[in-house]
Design a protein around this ligand. Structure first.
Ligand SMILES: [Zn+2]
Length: 161
């Protein structure tokens, strides 16, 4: 299984490319999706990730996996969603939040995020899909799309010590 890349691994600052329909149907992409879901499902403890992007496994493709209810209890694998080529289509109301990242283990940052955010992308079977996130889920969407643009929390947030 692909390992989670941590700072200062330079892959984390690279921009991921879109997944074409042709690529989506390959074993390569299926393998990346499998690893993302397995990491989310097997993550334990207070630092367990609630979402991951393919770049964090060293694969520069716009693929994210997330728990639909990131505030927990994270005990249902059916709540893990995989979204391909996610884009923010709506955002509202900035607020200050704390956030952490599996690629910056043990660190916490404060920053401004939109409170409400919609993203549009494709499910692994190619079906177009929109998700609306509030609060933590909206944070997750913004955080993962930042990853796909090569942006780490440590570049846009203030570290909490
Ligand atoms: Zn992260």
């Amino acid at each position: 299984m692909r390992k989670i890349r941590v700072y200062p691994d330079s892959v984390l600052n690279r921009v991921s490319r879109k997944v074409t329909k042709k690529l989506l149907a390959t074993d390569e992409v299926a393998g990346i999706i499998d690893d993302l879901v397995t990491h989310l499902w097997e993550g334990t403890g207070k630092d367990a990730p609630v979402a991951l992007s393919a770049v964090q496994l060293g694969e520069l493709l716009r693929i994210m996996a997330f728990f639909l209810h990131p505030d927990g209890p994270l005990d249902d694998p059916e709540e893990i969603v995989v979204l391909i080529n996610p884009e923010i289509t709506y955002k509202k109301k900035m607020r200050w939040v704390n956030e952490s990242c599996a690629s910056l283990p043990g660190r916490k940052f404060t920053l401004r995020r939109f409170k409400i955010c919609k993203i549009h992308g494709m499910l692994p079977d190619g079906t177009p899909k929109t998700f609306r996130g509030r609060e933590t889920l909206a944070q997750v969407f913004q955080h993962e799309i930042d990853h796909q643009d090569g942006i780490l929390l440590s570049q846009i947030g203030q570290e909490v010590r």
